[in-house]
Design a protein around this ligand. Structure first.
Ligand code: GLV
Ligand code: MN
Ligand code: MN
Length: 442
């Protein structure tokens, strides 16, 4: 980050002092959330707006229209990331990046990601309407394909922006269809992916507002979460190969049943976290059997295992134990079991100075807050490689997320967006400090 002078610090402080009473337009935010929630609305319930699909592209078109109506400028980079800025504010200086993602999982909720993007846009819009001049330019981002539900590369957009994806064109969906084919129809440009990474030093800080996706805030009756750290996550692709055989004639003792072997693995994965406490969580969320007919012993199964923890050593141990269990099941079942890690994201801490900025923003609004970890992954943990990050949570009703029942009360949504607005103003003062920003990850 550059080293702004004292004058800049004063102007950052001044921005905060003179606009501490500024608020977002709650009705406008709720209306935009309702409208975005219609894009990819799934007849089976919830929202299916997968990363780099036509639906995610339609969401970007919607955001672009929203920006145009508000007098903001929007552009999409070759990887599908959308950025919104105020006209005439582009400077060759590090920016304050604020946002989240607009893709969902299959039959997910309408708030995961979308809320953070629309609240960031509402914040930028209010600052623009009130002609608030910011020493550090604010840029809103809607990262592409955070979930990795279709093209199997979670955090695609933020990893591309940070330049941390080694072979982006090698990304595919589960059938092997390459990312390039998706980008071509999702407003991206596969031949220009080399232009996507931002040069070092271009992000002064990143702030992401998100629903909690778990039960802590609601249970404790606290409207605002200040995230102190985000879990690391390892995703393993597991292939089990036995032998497809006739279900009526193959003696039980002669079978190499890939699905019963996979079932043992599923239970072992659960035990790793639930009983043995090796890591915080361990989940099998995907399974597919072939030939998947009633009267054939399954010959091939593909399943996933993912392990998470805020401690990198426990995250690594979780992966090791999944591998040990797969080897045990292979030996006992006579099936071949292959395990491939498809993603490892690191646990990160948010920047202490930005936690302070968020707490002060909530205090100014009279909102109690709770400092807490995030069990969900977020683009913020990727951006943390290149800049200090801060995250704000709002309560999730019954803690439900990645499911159609995902919900947050309108009052909590509006409160969270006001915390974001005030945190953006507070960050101006913090980022303009002559001694630079405390980006340590303590
Ligand atoms: C992101 O949505 C995650 O799976 O944590
Ligand atoms: Mn999600
Ligand atoms: Mn999310």
């Amino acid at each position: 980050m550059s080293q702004p002078n004292l004058k800049a610090r004063e102007s950052g402080g001044l921005v905060l002092d003179s606009h501490a009473g500024l608020r977002i337009d709650g009705a406008r935010l709720i209306d935009s959330l309702d409208r975005l929630g219609e894009i990819g609305a799934d007849p089976a319930g919830g929202v299916t707006r997968l990363g780099l699909s036509a639906e995610e592209h339609a969401a970007r078109v919607f955001l672009g229209d929203l920006c145009a109506a508000a007098g903001l400028e929007a552009e999409t980079d070759p990887a599908g990331n959308l950025f919104a800025r105020r006209p005439g504010t582009r400077r060759a200086k590090p920016v304050l990046l604020v946002g989240s993602h607009v893709d969902t999982v299959v039959r997910g909720g309408r708030l995961d990601g979308a809320y953070g993007v629309l609240a960031a846009l509402e914040t930028l819009r209010v600052l623009h309407e009130h002609r608030v001049s910011l020493p550090v330019e604010m840029v809103v981002v809607a990262f592409a394909n955070e979930e990795g539900a279709l093209v199997q590369t979670p955090f695609w957009g933020s990893r591309m922006l940070c330049g941390s994806l080694a072979n982006p064109l090698g990304a595919t969906d589960r059938t092997g269809r390459p990312v390039g084919a998706y980008l071509a129809t999702a407003g991206g440009a596969p031949d220009r992916l080399a232009d996507v990474a931002w040069p070092p030093g271009s992000v002064a800080a990143f702030i992401e507002l998100h629903i909690e996706q778990g039960p802590s805030l609601e249970r404790q009756g606290v409207p605002v979460g200040v995230v102190e750290g985000i879990v690391g996550r390892t995703i393993l692709d597991i292939g089990v190969t036995g032998e497809a055989q006739h279900a009526g004639t193959t003696p039980m003792a002669d079978r190499r049943d890939a699905l019963t072997a996979a079932a043992e693995i599923v239970l072992a994965v659960r035990r790793i976290a639930a009983e043995d406490r090796v890591c915080a969580t361990a989940t099998t969320g995907f399974i597919e059997a072939a030939p998947n007919v009633t009267n054939t012993v399954p010959g091939v199964v593909r399943l996933s295992a993912e392990v998470r923890d805020t401690d990198p050593a426990r995250q690594a141990r979780g992966e090791d134990v999944v591998r040990e269990q797969c080897a045990r099941v292979a030996a006992a079942s006579g099936c071949r079991v292959e395990v491939t890690a498809t993603m490892r994201s690191r646990p990160v801490s948010t920047a202490p100075a930005l936690r302070g900025v968020i707490r002060e923003a909530a205090d100014r609004l009279g909102l109690p807050h709770l400092t807490m970890p995030s069990g969900a992954g977020h683009d913020a943990q990727i951006v943390a490689r290149i800049a200090p990050v801060g995250m704000i949570f709002v309560p999730s009703r019954r803690g439900i997320s990645h499911a159609p029942g995902e919900d947050t009360g309108p009052g909590d949504l509006v409160n969270g967006a006001n915390v974001l607005l005030q945190a953006v103003l507070g960050a101006q003062a913090e980022l303009s400090r002559p001694d630079g920003h405390d980006s340590s990850s303590g």
